[in-house]
Ligand binder design. Structure first.
Ligand SMILES: [Ca+2]
Length: 86
């Protein structure tokens, strides 16, 4: 029987792949996939206008290796940022 944390991790992984697999690199979120994930899975994010400069800033901050896509490791940083946002 999976613990709550194990279930949670499985959900995070599954959610990431649900969007990362849509187009391009199957293991990375491009800008539109990331936007779709935020809109559908983190509706509270709407407050920061996913089409605006705030979204672009977040993408830039998360894209540590500057390949214009969010890999799973970078996505985990986003979840950390989400938890600590003001
Ligand atoms: Ca990247």
């Amino acid at each position: 029987m999976a613990t709550p944390l194990e279930k949670c991790l499985a959900t995070i992984v599954a959610t990431f792949h649900k969007y990362s697999g849509k187009e391009g690199d199957k293991y990375k979120l491009n800008k539109s996939e990331m936007k779709e994930l935020l809109m559908n899975e983190l509706p509270a994010f709407h407050g920061t206008q996913p089409d605006g400069r705030e979204f672009q800033k977040i993408m830039n901050d998360l894209d540590h290796n500057r390949d214009q896509e969010i890999d799973f490791q970078e996505f985990l940083c986003f979840l950390g940022w989400w938890e600590h946002r003001g």
